[in-house]
Design a binder for this molecule. Sequence first.
Ligand code: SF4
Length: 99
Amino acid sequence: MSGKNREFQIFVKPVGAHCNLRCSYCYYLGKKNLFSGEDYSVMSDEILEKYIVQHIQASTGKVINFTWHGGEPLLAGIDFYRKVISLQLKHQPAGPHRK
Ligand code: SF4
């Protein structure tokens, strides 16, 4: 494989281990214990923007896929996903990625 096209996929869990789906095969919900003392939290704005910028920079294909994982889709809140779309539009590259 050449280094020019390296497709990859990342599953981001913006609400950490606070997923509410409770799949029987889950490997992740126990990670909640790593964050003792913290209440339910959503990925910070700073981390969210850094992630989106780095993900776009690392993507080499014509389409940049973002996958949000870990819970009912709106567990992070509709405003979180409005922010996601706004940041993706802000940082999208000109050229073949742009629709
Ligand atoms: S959706 Fe993912 S994080 Fe949530 S319970 Fe299922 S496997 Fe675990």
